[in-house]
Design a protein around this ligand. Structure first.
Ligand code: SAH
Ligand code: SF4
Length: 355
């Protein structure tokens, strides 16, 4: 049996475990300090704990939920980390340096793109994570652990998090919120909720639920089509939650939150890049006061779609600008290292015959 990861324990759960072990309460903050602030990689390194406690921690827990197996990319560029999980599955995180302020966060900061599931059940036609189907949810230790591991590997703090890696974060909402508690809590990673952006393909009930969450987490919607006709060709979820219902939920979000929403729109040549789509997209964005991130399609192995020429991408963006919508055409970063999330993990699992 695999031991639970210490990094998945809330401060309250750690306090309860220490009490059962007959340890004084102040040990909790010492342990949390070692794990989350000093970021040690072994129980042995927790030198102010009695040897007996270190031994019982070792018997009861793994320190980390993730084992780093591979890094792609150089230190000053986008880097992709591959991690092995306790059941042999893989998950990946992408560290992007000096990212421009795409999601409303402070610019010139390090952004980590975090995975929330192994694979994804939503089957968007353009997405490597969706192509191979769903394996399982990540637990809180596996989600928050990606941030800790990235900081250990990079030797520097992560400033912004985007839940845009593998998986649909809102389909794993309970674990996601537990992870966010670990990520934002003062005793662990202590990142401000405003520096966290959840990206969703549009799970309406969960968007409404998250709108009632007290923390000011940012929300980005993967739209990728401005009409149902176009969107449902590439995103099966649109049949369950069409654009009208999605935007009702986003109105509800806006009535409760004061963070600007983001609409993400991948540009795929001949699929969703007609300029009429841009005009409709502009109306949708204005309705919910959202800004738009345009992302030229990233090549996925096995798919023969391509991105439109730069000139066309700019024309699409200019229609949004002319309608008074803030729109960015995403600068390509990491396309050369399979940065469209899901691709590195798929390669590794295929190599090992997991798939
Ligand atoms: N499931 C969530 C979050 C993970 S996907 C969601 O769909 O929002 C993160 C982002 O990567 C989404 O906007 C997704 O549409 C985008 N993406 C997926 N495949 C891509 C590709 N081939 N090129 C560019 N962006 C892609
Ligand atoms: Fe899943 Fe998001 Fe990929 Fe769609 S785009 S398959 S929801 S990870």
């Amino acid at each position: 049996m695999t031991l639970p990861a210490l990094t998945g324990l809330s401060p309250a759960a750690l306090a309860a475990w220490l009490q059962d072990a007959g340890q004084p309460a102040f040990r909790a903050s010492q342990i949390l300090e070692w794990v989350w602030k000093k970021k040690v990689t072994s129980f042995g390194a927790m030198t102010n704990l009695p040897a007996g406690l270190r031994a019982s921690l070792t018997e009861s827990f793994r320190l980390s939920a993730l084992e780093h197996t591979h890094t792609q990319g150089a230190a000053d560029t986008t880097r992709k980390f591959l991690f092995r999980l306790h059941d042999g599955r893989y998950v990946e995180s992408v560290l992007i340096p000096a990212n421009p302020a795409l999601y409303g966060e402070t610019s010139d900061r390090r952004t980590l793109c975090v995975s929330s599931q192994v694979g994804c059940a939503y089957g968007c036609k353009f997405c490597a994570s969706g192509l191979a189907g769903f394996a399982r949810n990540l637990d809180a230790a596996e989600i928050a652990g990606q941030v800790l591991a990235a900081e250990q590997l990079a030797g520097e703090r992560v400033d912004n998090l985007v839940f845009m890696g593998m998986g649909e974060p809102l389909a794993n909402l309970t674990n996601l919120l537990d992870a966010i508690a670990l990520i934002t809590s003062e005793s662990s990673l202590h990142l401000g909720a405003r520096h966290l952006t959840i990206s969703t393909s549009g799970l309406v009930p969960q968007i409404r639920q998250l709108a009632t969450h007290p923390q000011q987490i940012r929300l980005a919607i993967s739209l990728h089509g401005a009409t149902d006709e176009v969107r449902e060709q590439i995103m099966p979820i649109n049949r369950k939650w069409p654009i009208a219902e999605l935007f009702d939920a986003l109105d509800d979000w806006n009535s409760r939150k004061n963070q600007k929403l983001t609409l993400e729109y991948i540009l795929i040549q001949g699929v969703n890049d007609a300029l009429e789509q841009a005009a409709i997209l502009a109306r949708l964005a204005r309705r919910i006061h959202a800004k738009v991130n345009l992302i030229p399609y990233n090549t996925v192995e096995g798919l023969d779609w391509r991105r439109p020429p730069d000139l066309h991408c700019r024309a699409f963006r200019d229609i949004l600008h002319a309608a008074g919508v803030a729109a960015t055409l995403r600068l390509e970063k990491g396309g050369d290292i399979d940065a469209a999330c899901g691709q590195l993990r798929l390669k590794q699992e295929t190599l090992e015959g997991i798939r």
